[in-house]
Write a protein that binds this ligand. Sequence first.
Ligand SMILES: [Zn+2]
Length: 112
Amino acid sequence: MNKPEINNEQSIYRQSNNIVNVHGCMRYKCFHCGKSFSVFLEIGVEDDGRNGRPRQPCPMFIACECGEMMQDISGYLPLPSIREVLPNMKYFAYDNSKKEYACGIISIYKKG
Ligand SMILES: [Zn+2]
């Protein structure tokens, strides 16, 4: 029998219906189950403030659906131009809470 999944999409990613603009991405990989994917970066996250918002970092590790952790394996990868997120894309949302140590929030874009 397979190990039950501790986490699922709903518990890991904040579900968002808001279209946001992204400027780059980072690749994450889980060395436990082998899963990997790109997580896009909303304006202000990991962009050194060049797009007009104070810069926020994003986490080096995120939870994997298998219950282990995924880690950044690419560092920052710029997109050729700023674009909108597409449905089911994962991205780090800019944290508008104004907290002192705000950092990108792992999110997934669900249309409408
Ligand atoms: Zn995994």
